[in-house]
Ligand binder design. Structure first.
Ligand code: ADP
Length: 490
């Protein structure tokens, strides 16, 4: 099959969150199965020079945006069986940030979507499927159906749109979007592009994509309810027969405690002894008291309200009365930076917080901690809990979205489980579950090790997810049956 991914970020070139991991890992897995997979992302200045130096220029052309004509270069890099294209325009992407600050996001990503579609005949690639990711690519399915589908070149291209996070929708003024994308007045009704008086790039994709997916089966169900639906639950319910949940995998080569060069000593489920060295090294590195018997709770992720940090704020005093250490790595909202900076000085030697993007440190935290806390308010999939499990770090999570689909709470009677979970968004429920986990950590090493080993031997590879995506791509182009996602799976 011929598949084009469009996305705003992708590892190893540029990353702010899980979206980049998904695009960067899924594409090579599909390519390894013999498919022609190409990925298109913007050429940001933040993409490291070592990649830019390897790129070759394919073509350039002008993209019309309202009255403006903008240069668009297509640069190419072949790696890992995948053809990676970079959409070049210094005015839009030659800035010291990736998202958010210029007030012209509608134009930057409107340009990106238009450029991606215009480039296809010029690079002589006619995909069977365009798989667009998140709101920055949301106008790809919409523009394709509205403005391109009557050209023979585009007529048979199917589109899939994946929601990695429904909270970010790309909401702008209608006039501004009309101005750059030339979408006539008749399209701005609420069954098409209009959304509560605004333009909304994510909604546009949900209306026009042939299939919708999101990154876990539970999140696919949850977003059809008012609590999780971010005001789009009605539309998602209307499209429930085309809305699938496909769980993410992990880059199991990069995240492998048996070979990881970033950690103090490697280890495996058969021999966990190296993990104690990783813990000691982490305590030394972060200025924590070096103590093998004090459990370290780790948190790695964006410091955003999504991640349930208000719950941690609420009980941090009670939590620190326990014999426990806390390590936080993340960037984000200042209220959480303040919270953890305060905690670090208040509980010196027991709390460490770092507010940088540091992948090697993240690896050392996953390896060196005993527990991994993820009390998210909502969680489309969550990669961090999977990485933690792969490193034998026992997850303590809230039962929502992908966390619910990947972490099963330890059941004393049946012996099942690979972590600890709580259901209500409630700080004391979370605290009690952390205390429950600590009871096993302190008092029952055998069960603790069993949970660690179960986590480490789980199947987090991309193969399973890639097979599901392929089934959906095939169904879209009429080469296979599509099961109704609103019916229970066999
Ligand atoms: P989201 O996509 O909501 O940000 P995920 O759990 O799906 O959350 O993915 C987050 C990814 O980003 C994980 O691989 C995590 O380790 C990584 N990450 C988040 N913040 C940092 C940071 N400050 N330094 C290094 N890695 C980080």
């Amino acid at each position: 099959m011929k598949i084009l991914f469009t996305a705003s970020e992708c590892v190893p070139f540029i990353k702010t969150g899980g979206l980049a991991d998904v695009v960067g890992a899924l594409a090579p897995v599909l390519a390894a199965q013999g498919h022609d997979v190409r990925v298109m992302i913007p050429l940001y200045t933040a993409i490291p020079k070592k990649y830019v130096d390897k790129m070759t220029h394919v073509t350039d052309f002008e993209v019309t945006l309202g009255w403006r004509k903008q240069y668009c270069g297509i640069e190419l890099l072949q790696d890992n069986g995948v053809t990676w294209y970079f959409v070049d325009n210094k005015f839009y992407f030659g800035r010291p940030y990736i998202y958010g600050m210029g007030g012209d996001e509608y134009e930057r990503f409107g340009f990106f979507c238009r450029a991606a579609l215009n480039a296809l005949p010029l690079i002589e690639f006619q995909p069977d499927v365009i798989h667009a990711h998140d709101w920055q690519s949301g106008m790809v399915p919409a523009l394709l159906k509205i403005q391109y589908a009557h050209f023979p070149f585009y007529a048979n291209i199917k589109t899939m749109f994946t929601i990695h996070n429904l909270q970010y929708q790309g909401i702008f003024g209608i006039k501004e979007v009309q101005d750059v994308l030339g979408l006539g007045d008749s399209l701005w009704t609420n069954d098409k592009l209009e959304c509560f008086g605004c333009a909304n790039y994510l909604k546009a994709a949900l209306v026009y994509a042939d299939l919708i997916t999101t990154v876990s089966p539970s999140y696919a169900e949850e977003i059809q309810t008012a609590y999780y639906g971010e005001r789009l639950d009605g539309l998602l319910r209307a499209r429930k027969h085309q809305c699938y949940g496909v769980l993410n995998g992990l880059d199991i080569v990069d995240y492998n405690p048996a070979t990881d060069p970033a950690i103090a000593r490697t280890y495996s489920p058969e021999d966990l002894s190296g993990k104690a060295d990783c813990k000691k090294a982490l305590q030394e590195e972060l200025g924590l008291q070096v103590d093998a018997d004090t459990p370290i709770i780790g948190m790695v992720g964006r410091l955003s309200n999504q991640k349930g940090l208000d719950l941690v704020d609420y009980i941090i005093g009670d939590l620190m009365k326990e014999k426990v250490q806390l390590v936080v790595l993340g960037m984000g909202e200042s209220r959480y930076v303040n919270l953890f900076s305060w905690a670090e000085s208040e509980y010196r030697g027991r709390v460490a917080a770092r507010f940088t993007m540091d992948s090697a440190l993240a690896h050392r935290i996953y390896a060196g901690c005993d527990m991994f806390l993820m009390p998210s308010q909502f969680e489309p999939c969550g990669l961090s809990q999977l990485i933690a499990m792969r490193y034998g770090t026992v997850p303590v999570v809230r039962e929502t979205g992908g966390l619910r689909d990947t972490v099963l709470s330890y059941n004393e009677v049946s012996g099942d489980g690979n972590g600890f979970t709580f259901f209500n968004y409630n700080a004391h429920d979370m605290l009690h579950v952390i205390q429950r986990a600590m009871k096993y950590y302190n008092g029952n090493k055998e069960i603790w090790q069993l949970l660690q080993k179960r986590g480490m031997s789980g199947d987090y590879s991309w193969d399973r997810s890639a097979a599901k995506y392929l089934e959906l791509y095939r169904g879209m182009i009429g080469e296979g049956e599509l099961r109704d996602p609103s019916e229970p799976e066999d």
